[in-house]
Design a binder for this molecule. Structure first.
Ligand SMILES: [Zn+2]
Length: 285
């Protein structure tokens, strides 16, 4: 016979609460992630990807916006081989047994399991109001707490008779190391490139910094475009330009492509796309 001690009962309840709390926050925050559009820098880079000037793009961002900037030109297979998301993505969810679903599909299942919260999200979207939060950053909703939030089961696990398996977004959380396959591919992408162009990054994470070191060891030219101090400052062999990427990237594309930038309709369209962000709001990408 198998029974839970009071201690482990308490522990498992705590675990369930933190999981409910995590997914409730994620449920409320996801519409913003889902609806965010690429900016001018994403589209400028997409232009250089399209013309073959950038063959391997490695991003530290998890928002999927580099994918979105080029998904009208490239299919998924091509995007997967040409864009590496070093720290994972917000757009997929996996369970501890490796079953993967899209975040959109998971959001729909969260909605279906939590009609009260869905009504709340619909109202926020309709009115444009921001949710009221308590000092812990949790949303307060009269008569409903995160205790009531239902995290749906992994359907593939359920079909195999497994209940309550842990599901999380495909992200590298703080303190986790990146999977070996991603690490190896990031090094290979550096080795296959003839130069490294770093854009809008302080290189604060080691997984990015060691790629710069690797490029320098291989004597590849490295150019860094970023405003403010970075972890690579002072490393020999790096050229640094302190200008916000959103100010210059479209001009960089025009300079690299010359006349094609004004006559190729695909490029013209990419260079006219994107939300203009304030220059100081530079992205860590
Ligand atoms: Zn599963």
């Amino acid at each position: 016979m198998y029974s839970l001690s009071p201690f482990s009962k308490h522990r498992s309840r705590q675990y369930r609460n933190s999981r409910q709390r995590y997914w409730l926050r994620s449920y409320l925050g996801y519409p913003l992630v889902r609806d965010t559009q690429p900016n001018t820098t994403h589209y400028a880079l997409a232009a250089l990807q399209h013309t073959g000037h950038i063959n391997h793009l490695i991003t530290q961002n998890v928002d999927g916006l580099h994918h979105r900037a080029i998904d009208h030109l490239w299919d998924d297979a091509r995007i997967d081989t040409r864009i590496l998301e070093l720290h994972g993505t917000l757009h997929r969810v996996h369970c501890q047994f490796g079953h993967v679903v899209s975040r959109d599909a998971f959001q729909d299942r969260l909605s279906a399991s939590n009609p009260k919260w869905k009504a709340f999200v619909d109202e926020l979207e309709a009115t444009g109001k921001k949710p009221r939060t308590n000092p812990d950053g949790d949303v307060e909703l009269e008569g409903v707490s995160y205790d009531d939030f239902v995290v749906p089961e992994c359907l593939a696990c359920l079909a195999q008779g497994r209940h309550n398996t842990n599901q999380k977004p495909e992200l590298i959380f703080f303190g986790e190391s990146i999977p070996q396959s991603i690490k190896e591919r990031s090094f290979r992408d550096i080795e296959r490139s003839d130069k490294l162009f770093l854009i809008g990054t302080t290189l604060a994470t080691f997984s990015a910094y060691r790629l710069v070191k690797h490029a320098l060891e291989l004597k590849k030219p490295v150019l860094l475009l970023n405003v403010g101090p970075t972890r690579a400052d002072g490393l020999e062999g790096i050229d640094k330009i302190e200008i916000a990427t959103s100010r210059v990237m479209r001009d960089v594309v025009r300079a690299v492509l010359g006349r094609r930038a004004s006559i190729d309709p695909v490029i013209v369209n990419l260079l006219n796309n994107g939300i203009h962000r304030p220059p100081l709001d530079d992205n860590d990408g």
